[in-house]
Design a protein around this ligand. Structure first.
Ligand SMILES: NC(=O)c1ccc[n+]([C@@H]2O[C@H](COP(=O)([O-])OP(=O)(O)OC[C@H]3O[C@@H](n4cnc5c(N)ncnc54)[C@H](OP(=O)(O)O)[C@@H]3O)[C@@H](O)[C@H]2O)c1
Length: 261
């Protein structure tokens, strides 16, 4: 293709007809990505445990070009739960082109206070369920240009105090992203991580309700604020679309400059 032809080509960020699965779509970043994808024409299976909140995600998508199909599932309830969910999603959509592993949990505790049960809870959702979902989705992600987006974090790159399980889990997500990217390059499937800084969701609500912590987070973020969930949509659309076809095994860090320091 010549440069002119490339410039005139259809919008490489278009998601019309793309079949996507987004976990943790009942609120926060997952809901924003689900609606962002649907607004660009994607068919999205939205996954979480709360039926009411998923219905709200679906209701918010009513006027968008694409469609949202709620699927209630607990990704940690059993070993075959993620595989059953993936099979159900593939049946609803007629296949899967994009998997967004977004559901996550942070127990916000340091080493002395983290019980074995809490450690397992964080690792089970943030790492194990992502692996089970990728393995189950593998047969569907095959037609070249299929995408996996693992939602990691700035804490997949740097540490902080009082979050030992979460930081361990997000570093593991970065490792899994690279390993999968290399394995699946053979079948032209791209696997990347989206790494947010602080985003205004339930996950940081407790932290920012404390004035001193809120001030600290602002001071630590060069742009001087935390993000809205909608600010993760553009980067996620990029990673889900043909615009990122030559990018794999990488991290897209959207953090207001936090890790540039
Ligand atoms: N907010 C931030 O500052 C920030 C920064 C960096 C990275 N992240 C990452 O971004 C992702 C989304 O975070 P968020 O801030 O949007 O969190 P959130 O508002 O707490 O949402 C978490 C989502 O995960 C779902 N979920 C939790 N446990 C689940 C389970 N066992 N099975 C299925 N779904 C489950 C929740 O739905 P139900 O409760 O209905 O199941 C909810 O939709 C996470 O991976 C998080 O680590 C967030």
């Amino acid at each position: 293709m010549t440069l002119t032809e490339t410039a005139q080509a259809a919008d490489t960020f278009d998601l019309t007809g793309r079949r996507a699965v987004v976990t943790g779509a009942s609120r926060g970043i997952g809901r924003a990505i689900t609606l962002g994808f649907a607004s660009r024409g994607a068919q999205v299976v939205a996954v979480a445990r709360s039926a009411d909140d998923l219905d709200e995600t679906s209701r918010l998508s009513a006027d968008l070009d694409g469609a949202v199909f709620p699927v209630v599932a607990d990704l940690c309830s059993s070993d075959d739960g993620p595989a059953q969910m993936v099979a159900r999603a593939a049946e609803l959509l007629g296949g899967i082109d994009v998997l967004v592993n977004n559901a996550g949990y942070d127990n916000e505790q340091g080493v002395d206070d983290t019980t074995t049960e809490e450690w397992d809870k964080v690792i089970d959702l943030n790492v194990r369920s992502q692996f089970l979902l990728c393995r189950a989705a593998s047969p569907y992600l095959k037609d070249g240009g299929a995408k996996v987006i693992n939602i990691a974090s700035i804490f997949g790159h740097v540490g902080t105090r009082e979050e030992i399980a979460y930081i361990t889990s997000k570093h593991a997500v970065m490792g899994m992203t690279k390993a999968l990217a290399l394995e699946w390059a053979r079948k032209d499937v791209q696997v990347n991580a989206l790494c947010p800084g602080f985003v205004d969701t339930d996950m940081i609500a407790r932290a920012v309700s404390d004035d001193a912590t809120a001030k600290y987070l602002r001071r630590m973020t060069p742009l001087g604020r935390w993000a809205q969930p909608e600010e993760m949509v553009g980067p996620a659309v990029f990673l889900a679309s043909a615009a990122s076809d030559f990018m794999t095994g990488q991290a897209l860090i959207i953090d207001g400059g936090y890790t540039a320091q």
